[in-house]
Design a protein around this ligand. Structure first.
Ligand SMILES: [Zn+2]
Length: 476
């Protein structure tokens, strides 16, 4: 995958340090080195036996446990309360001795008691998530974790048949607030460099998906003929559905990869049929990236065992479930030393699989059984936006930190009305609320938008989290 030619190599490094995702000028700082090193390593380690991978994983786990015990106040006290010493956690099977980590616990202890001694919240390490869950979180990331997760993603691209230079199309959320809040010059320079030297990628806005736009996207994709099509599940399936209805059959990528939401088998079938393409799912959460990816055997998703431990817990108690049983997913990120996530329960439901994959990789398999679903929202002006629009909006407006948004839901009640339900630590002022409403209207037309501040948000009767919900049925 790594090209030999010097110029191509530079492009490759630029690709590794994708500033559109990272939003930092890592091009200058690391020149892609660490990601590159991780990728070379991961290309090798994927063929290790499950036992060899376990030894490697347990070594990393022991190092992490020693680190949290010595440097993180929250964990030191947690260990003391539970009569635990670092020596009690020697393998992934010992993890059950440590109580799970939830968003509630993080909010109570962040930042003072969650960060490693000496670490501070900076613009460089702060991360804000909430996309796909409706439960935003502010935390600190670690480049060690980011780099290996990014390398695991590139390894996944090798699995799906990506070759350096392949054309890629992404159906993605574009920035919502662009006027008057320009990105810093170094970031714009990085974006320019990226756009100039890594031209084989085109973006399609998932926040503008009305019929007319879908028509334009389909026409451009038919001309562009991407090798890889990637996007949010409901955005890519909307596109596939449009192509099916309008008999547009010229888009034939060799692989489609979906993310951010659960991929139902009906979605997979639609994508396979409409685009005559193989579909690959992946699993991660905003706090722990690069967790699991599907290979060509489609027997489940291979866990990136070199980077994280995935456990499945009983749906009601914090007991670990054996492989084959379904339950709540708990993730331990072995590479975030700034703010470690150990047994982080993110609300998703899944299953570890007993089988060894036919592809020959020793990486264990998992299934993502239940979790995030979002509805597409249709504005009074006919525009259709992907549900991530609402999370991006709160994030871009700075509400997550400024008002401590803990949970939210955006519900389309009818053709002309959207109700926001927000659980906040502090209530925003009238001016901020008006700004939120006017930004919504810019995308969705002159709709009746109501903002409600509530104590809590009940899950839907099925227990599934659906942070954007449309009660409008097709044709109504
Ligand atoms: Zn496999």
């Amino acid at each position: 995958m790594i090209p030999a030619n010097k110029f191509q190599k530079l492009k490759f490094y630029l690709n590794l340090t994708n500033p559109l995702i990272d939003r930092k000028v890592r091009v200058c700082r690391t020149y892609g080195r660490t990601v590159y090193d991780h990728l070379v390593f991961l290309e090798r380690s994927q063929w290790w036996t499950p036992e060899e991978l376990e030894v490697f994983q347990n070594d990393k786990l022991k190092r992490l446990i020693r680190h949290v015990y010595e440097n993180i106040p929250y964990y030191r006290e947690l260990f003391a309360r539970n009569n635990l010493a670092p020596g009690d956690i020697r393998t992934a099977e010992d993890l059950h001795k440590i109580p799970v980590l939830t968003k509630y616990v993080i909010r109570k202890n962040f930042p003072d008691r969650m960060l490693a001694g000496g670490a501070e919240v900076t613009e460089d390490n702060v991360r804000r998530t909430g996309a796909s869950t409706g439960e935003p979180l502010v935390f600190c990331g670690d480049y060690r974790s980011f780099d290996i997760a990014w390398a695991s993603f590139l390894r996944f691209y090798q699995w799906i048949g990506y070759e350096w230079g392949d054309k890629e199309a992404r159906v993605w959320g574009f920035p919502i607030i662009t006027d008057g809040r320009k990105a810093p010059i170094h970031q714009r320079a990085a974006d320019w460099l990226y756009g100039r030297y890594v031209p084989n990628r085109r973006y399609f806005d998932a926040f503008n998906m009305d019929e007319e736009k879908l028509g334009e996207y389909a026409a451009e994709l038919s001309r562009y003929k991407p090798h890889i099509l990637r996007g949010y599940v409901s955005a890519v399936t909307s596109l596939a559905d449009y192509c099916r209805k309008n008999n547009i059959n010229g888009i034939r990528p060799k692989a489609i990869t979906t993310t951010a939401e659960m991929l139902h088998s009906s979605d997979r079938k639609l994508l396979q049929k409409q685009f005559s393409s193989d579909v690959f799912d992946q699993y991660a959460c905003g706090e722990c990236l690069g967790v699991a990816y599907e290979c060509k055997e489609h027997k489940g998703m291979h866990i990136t065992a070199e980077h994280c431990v995935v456990e499945i817990l009983d749906e009601h108690k914090d007991e670990t479930m054996p492989a084959g049983e379904r339950g709540r997913i708990a993730i331990t990120d072995l590479d975030n030393y700034v703010m470690p996530f150990i047994r982080y329960v993110n609300g998703d439901v899944g299953r570890l699989k007993k089988e060894i994959c036919g592809c020959g990789r020793g990486l264990p398999l998992m299934d993502y059984a239940e979790g995030r679903i979002t509805d597409m929202i249709r504005g009074a002006n006919g525009n259709v936006v992907h549900g991530e629009f609402f999370t991006h909006l709160l994030e871009e407006m700075g509400w997550l930190e400024q008002f401590g948004v803990r949970n939210f839901e955006a519900v389309q009640k009818d053709r002309n009305g959207i109700h926001w339900y927000l659980v906040c630590d502090t209530r925003p002022g009238q001016q901020e609320i008006s700004e939120l409403i006017s930004l919504c209207r810019r995308y969705l037309g002159n709709m009746n938008i109501e903002v409600h501040f509530v104590e809590n948000i009940q899950p839907t009767p099925s227990g599934k989290r659906r942070f954007t919900r449309s009660e409008v049925t097709a044709g109504s």
